[in-house]
Design a binder for this molecule. Structure first.
Ligand SMILES: [Zn+2]
Length: 284
């Protein structure tokens, strides 16, 4: 059965019908039984960033306002528009770290892990908020099911290499096979899962019907609850439907990334995805 799925994907890939933007997640990770033997679709892409600005001071000689008749309403004392207060940004801030094929996780990236539930682990600095989100969602009547959290680089490597072998078995050269595999599986060091900062979560009622990570999850009440409340716990829907060209990754209604409550609320308020938010933070 699983092989039929793999075969179908291969046929689709060979036919050149896969998406222009890629999956970040390994779809088959949602089927809890045979993770090792199933197909895997995943990967990601790029973005850019830039800042700039200058300011000037007016002289101290007779100001224009002192020449105006007193009856005119006084102008605001500051000649410059109010600057928006923004959180400080650093590219190495763990909460806002960008991780994709253009921004690899450094090989010496270390963080403390903590258990979310069962075998699932997460960055210990955010695990309490994640646990609270899951608890509150369940208390609100949603049968949330964790599919994937922290994923080792070794596992990413294994899945990526296996996909390359699949393509080579179809007659691809090693180089072409690696390119094709990269369309479906996030290469090691390029996934937020490698940093323990994101969770793939669905609900058991969804799972019974679909059993894999698909866009249909957006039709379930659990998705509505998650996408509405995740910012209260510092999470954002990382790959929104209307930001695919910016994130370079297909819409993933199940993938939530921890960025901290302050950032999550601001991103929600401004309608920014992480790439846009980081760019905005860097602008003066
Ligand atoms: Zn994910």
């Amino acid at each position: 059965m699983k092989y039929a799925v793999v075969l179908l994907m291969m046929v689709l890939a060979v036919a050149g019908t896969y998406f222009a933007v890629f999956h970040e997640d390994i779809m088959a990770e949602s089927s809890s039984s045979s993770q090792e033997s199933s197909s895997s679709l995943s990967s990601s892409v790029p973005l850019t960033v830039s800042p700039e600005e200058s300011s000037s001071e007016s002289g101290t000689s007779a100001s224009a306002s002192s020449l105006l008749p007193e009856s005119l309403p006084e102008e605001s004392s500051s000649s410059e528009p109010e600057k928006e207060q923004k959180p400080a940004y650093s590219p190495t801030d763990w909460k806002l770290r960008l991780i994709n094929p253009e921004h690899l996780l450094p090989e010496d990236y270390h963080f403390e892990k903590a258990v979310v539930e069962g075998d699932f682990t997460f960055d210990a600095r955010a695990v309490e908020e994640l646990k609270q989100m899951l608890a509150d969602g369940r208390a609100a009547g949603h049968s949330l099911r964790v599919v994937s959290t922290y994923r080792t680089v070794e596992r990413s490597e294994y899945l990526y290499n296996r996909q390359i072998e699949n393509y080579m078995a179809l007659g691809y050269s090693e180089e072409d096979a690696a390119i094709e595999a990269g369309h479906w599986v996030a290469p090691p060091w390029t996934s937020e899962h490698n940093a323990g900062l994101c969770i793939d979560v669905v609900s058991t009622d969804y799972d019974l019907q679909y059993g894999d990570l698909m866009h249909e999850f957006e039709q379930f009440d659990s998705f509505t609850w998650l996408s509405t409340h995740c910012s209260d716990y510092g999470f954002v829907l990382r790959y929104p439907k209307d930001k695919q060209e910016i994130t370079g990754i297909t819409y993933e209604p199940w993938h939530y990334r921890y960025v901290g409550v302050e950032n999550a609320k601001l991103m929600e308020e401004k309608g920014f995805c992480l790439e846009e938010y980081i760019q905005w933070l860097q602008e003066e």
